[in-house]
Every structure is written in C-alpha cells, then in structure tokens.
Design a protein. Structure first.
Length: 145
C-alpha cells in the first residue's frame, strides 16, 4: 500500500518489531509488519474510509507507532484495552479516528489480516455485563493493502 503522510514516526527495525510483539505473543500479519517497517505509523494525508457495508464512514487520524516514547502508541493502546477486557482477543488497535474509535487488524482466525472499524463510542463499556463482541465492529477491508 502506497501512503502519503503529513508526518510519520522514527523508523524501526524488524528486530525491534519482533522483540516488542514477542513480549505480548503477537504475530503481526505480513502486510502490516511491512507497513510498520516502512512508516512506523503516522498521520496520513488521505484519511476518509467507509466500511464495506457502507453503514459507517470516518477518518483515520493516526496510525499508532511502535514506540514507547510517543503516546498513543501501538502497545499502550493494546495493553489498555486488553487489560480492561474491552477488546476481542484477536484484534489489535492500529489507529484511531477523531473521536477515539479504533481501527483494528485481526491477528488470528479466518479473518487474520482483515481491517475493522470498532465504534467504541457505541459500546456500553461501563456496564457490569459488558463483554467484547463484533456488535460494533465493521469490516473496512480484507487486507491491509
């Protein structure tokens, strides 16, 4: 995928990706790993997207970098959402929209590598009976490219 960025972050190495993701037992889909190697996240110039069902549209404001020195970042978002049991275990948040909804990539299963829009603002995360589901998750694309 050829993207243009308003800005992106300091580049990282394959070894840094493997070390960081290995700490969490995460194996990234190949296309997304290549994106991190090439750009390491950033603010894209082309931001608008629609979900495949046409029901949702938004703008990606930031692809999270793999860096502990920048907030938000890929691992801080993942850790926060998994520690609080808010996100499905196969999803990794890779970006956000203007109101902090998440763009996620699936890490496992039949949908490995699929890109989703998670309408976090539609979730009842403060309810005692909340559990993560695909209820407010919509498919954007079947691959990162």
């Amino acid at each position: 995928m050829e993207l243009e960025f308003e800005y992106n972050f300091e580049l990282i190495t394959k070894e840094e990706i493997e070390a960081s993701m290995g700490d969490y037992n995460i194996e990234l889909p190949h296309e997304y790993r290549n994106f991190l190697l090439r750009y390491n996240g950033g603010k894209p110039l082309a931001r608008r997207f629609k979900t495949q069902d046409g029901k949702q549209s938004s703008s990606i404001m930031l692809f999270f970098p793999l860096s502990e020195h920048i907030d938000p970042n890929l691992l801080s978002e993942y850790k926060e959402l998994t520690d609080e049991d808010l996100i499905l275990p196969n999803l990794l948040p890779i970006g956000n929209d203007p109101i902090e909804n998440k763009i996620c990539i699936s890490l496992s299963g039949d949908d490995r590598g699929f890109i989703y829009y998670w309408s976090l603002d539609m979730e009842d995360i403060d309810e005692d009976d909340f559990y993560p589901s695909y209820k407010n998750v919509s498919l954007i694309a079947k691959s990162f490219s």
